[in-house]
Design a protein. Sequence first.
Lengths: 298, 388
Amino acid sequence: MSGTSITGEATEETLPAVVAGAHAAGAARRSQNRKPRTPIWAVVVLAVSVVYFLLPLYATAVFGFSTGKAFTLQPLFDGLGDDGFHSALILSLTYSIVTTVLALVVVAPTAYLVELRFPRLRAIVEFLTILPFVIPPIILAVGLSSVYGINSPVNLISSDWAPVLLYGGYFVLTLPFVFRAIDNALRAVDVRTLSEAAESLGANPTRTFLQVIVPSISLGLVSGALLAFTTAMGEFTLAALLGYPTFPVYLLNVNEYSPHVGKALVLVSFLITWAGVIALAAVARRTPGTRVVRGGPM
Amino acid sequence: MSRLELVNVCKSFGDQPAVSDFNLTVENGELVSFLGPSGCGKTTTLRITAGFEAPDSGAVIVDGIDVTDLTPNKRGMGMVFQGYALFPNMTAAENVEFGLAVRKRAPAERRARVAELLELFGLSHVAGSYPHHMSGGQQQRVALARAVAIEPGVLLLDEPLSAVDAKVREELRTEIRRMVTQLGITTILVTHDQSEALSISDRVVVMNRGAIEEVGTPGQIYAEPRSAFTAGFIGAMNEIPVRVVSGAQGVVERAGRRVTVQGAAGLADGEPALLLVRPELIEPLNAANGTLNGDLTLTGRVEVQTFLGATTRLLVREVRQGDENQSVLPSARRLAVDVPSAAAGNWPAGSEVAVRIPVGSSRVIADRSAVSPAPSTGSTTGPAAPPA
């Protein structure tokens, strides 16, 4: 998941663009023998990569959709019908959604204020948002369970407030992605002038933020939200070490005692991830800065 | 419509003074331009008026009320920004409506006012369009409509036409003038474009290095500049060194000839001074027209012709003709003479020419050579006379 790069290209279809595009296509057809062909080695590399990626999935599918003897979808149905699966999925969804909302609500105004009023804090804020990359989740988990653990004066782990640790941990883990997405969106828009324009028309800072800024960075917010959600859904270490049966934790357990069912559910988990990535790519396509505009003057 | 007073406004960024001792009163319904080169403090002064910068000292007073400590959203001023700053997620109509919604006007009232304004600005057909689908001219009109919708006491325009094509610029500035007159809104326009300032302003404030250089009507600024900076900055101006013979009587002397000019009253006898005359007022003489009528003459050679459209500018290098015409014009100086392009063929490059400098249309100012800046180019008036 973290190795995925999102690039998107789309054409802006205005009338001049369509006409110019038609001309360009005609010109391309006429000069096709000058157009560079895709090199053979690129095709080979692509093929090898596809095989490398898909082969394990295929193997997983073959094993998952069988009982050791024949092809059957029964393990999938068993898995989906299991109560443990339901509760794990619901737990993960809960934590992921709450984390996502929390991250957006905290980061968006912060990034806005840094951009607008406190540019000198930018270096500190950026450093803080890079930190979670530097600290492996397992260190985070160990640290949390020491500081807030059984032997500590602030014993959260044994209390009803324990989930706060997981929310907090997930918030920290998703911080780099959410901040980067929102900050990029803010920088692509002239936040200062838009805010001043709104102010000159009588708006207070809250109205300016909610009615002018947020809609202008909506794609950044959605990108950040998707990244946060998929990260939290797939997070294993923190949940396992703090003892929460989230979906990834459940997946590991199921794979140990019910390998067929486990593999089938692994594929389900892939589907969730792919759905998130495809949604991200679709959003990125519509984001200014990644769009290629073909055609004449507007 | 409101009366705006800027009183002793000062602002520095670090130890760089951006605005010093700015004093100005703008009357109800007046359109005043702040004109000057980049860095002269005109935009800073505008932003202080709007409330986006706080002055180090001084006050902004609207209709007698000191608003210096009010945040921008409480000053009731409309502002149009250089890059329009239209809200990208809203249509033209929604942009115009924004200020009215903030003021909690009833929906029906808002819609009526928005429709009325879009009609006034010729935008009814793009009411439902988003900014990125509109041309620069349309976006600027929407920005104007949006600022005017809230019925501001003062309208502030920060270089509103600099991002727009030249042709559209002319149309739009006429529209701005018409709109300001029709709606009677007190307006401040910041621009570096002289023709913009001269064509639509009631008064022009010429600024230089954070201070007001001169304030006057466009006609006064152009024909009767009171400082060397203004003379050099507005259009093209020839500066001919002369020597004051009698300040009280307005007599100056050049190359042995004495003439009477205006503006010498404050100058000391014997002081070096500059005779200012616009290129279009200098006449080339032909052989049949040799009388001088109390004017100065100068002979030289046309070095180069510059085609400016309706007029052609001749750059004339003075040629000394014997001892009796000892010239005080440094040999490096050239005189700019504007002639109708249709007649420019009479004085091709390399030809000799004698010109008459009409002292009745000239002014004299003190020659403080250190103060005189390199004359800058007006956007449509072409190159100015080179510096001393």
